[in-house]
Unconditional design. Sequence first.
Length: 499
Amino acid sequence: MADTKREIERKYESDESGLPDLTGVGGVAAVLDKGVAELDAVYYDTADERLAADGLTLRRRTGGSDAGWHLKFPVAPDVRDEIRAPLSDTVPDTLAGLLRSRVRGAELLPLVRLRSQRDVRHLVDADGTLLAEASTDAVRADRLTGDGGSAQWTEIEVELADGGDPRFLDRVEKRLRKAGVRPSASPSKLARALAETAPDRPPAREETAPVTAGDHVLAYLRAQRDAVVALDPAVRRDVPDSVHRMRVATRRMRSAFRSYGKILDRTVSDPLGAELKWLAGELGLDRDQEVLTERLTADLDALPAELVSGPVRDRLTAWSRERRGGSRRRLLAVLDGPRHLVLLDALDAVLADPPLRPAAAGKPSKAIATAVRKDFATLARLLDHALELPPGDERDVALHEARKKAKRARYAAEAALPALGDPAAALVRSAKTLQGLLGDHQDSVMARLALRELAARAEAAGESAFTYGLLYGREERRAADVEAELPGARGTLGAGAAG
């Protein structure tokens, strides 16, 4: 069993290695001596230090009040989520799963051992409430792989109490700076240990700014690949909006492969696009149900109580839980399955050795702009065709196709932003407006299908179907309103969509 703690802390260095008196700072009424703790932690990573490269730390620590396995994910500057599991001889499965997108088939090895003497102080207010813990750590680091050395240093660490105001740390830092204490140059003990105990290695190659059309497309694809990898553990933890963001990243990659076929050889990228479509579909099972439930719940909440006939809310909740529970289990199995990990490896391989076509060496203002114009012209044609059809199922399907193209056109324009600037930004705005309208229309189509299913279940149970019919009629009206707005939104595509 693992639990999560939000950790907000700052680290400091001092030539004097001392903690100044903090009484009176930010409401601190007393500084309580809590004694010295002996901490012994072994940090694990792959041989090529993939976790450290992404700012993650995995350790097995004994001593202190929180002995066990700790996995830390960066959230924001000075903020990390620490996921804890009980002590065991090997990495707990719960933590290993959260690292799978990065580790894949590699082995997690003990790389560094950190032993610290921690002199702990509690900063409390007049009521004795803990505001923060301040400690002075005397640290010894030893590289365990046989190709490095040892290092020693002393640092000061101030960790905000649970639920505390982060501005309190600003006041403490002001006092520390006056005393000659300076923020640490390293974001963590592990980062410093790796740097100071590492064997001699050639310097890392510096990233260069995109110049060619190929440079820009590859930079965009790498950013989306990195997002998929980084969001994998968040999806496993059911972090709000993580499924949606991971799905968007997969779609952006797939769209870029398709839109920029003159830059990247599609005989290589199309198989990857097919796998990205599969992954987006698996992610969508959970996300689509979540969106649909939120829509139906909001519609139900907006009804006067006298128009709610029967146990509508209970039936909606049970129906949603039934469908989402199954999709959630399936999604976790997908993330743990070989197909997902093979896809990540394949993306790494194609980005390391990209199948560039001759146009990739050209100026982005030509190859990229041509691809974007083509996507927007296709979007305009699909939308025009859909609007020429009479209302009904055929038009609904055509508008759904236009919606999918609007997403692709938007993603193509987003990828072009660094190269094309304001013209691409204008197209992004136009596509986003259309995508929003078409998305609302498709959500209405799906909501009506769900309401028909719920009404049938209610009738089979001898319940009234009145409320479901009422909601169905309102959804029909919402779809009609959207269709009335579409011609105006179509006009914002401008001449660029004309071909």
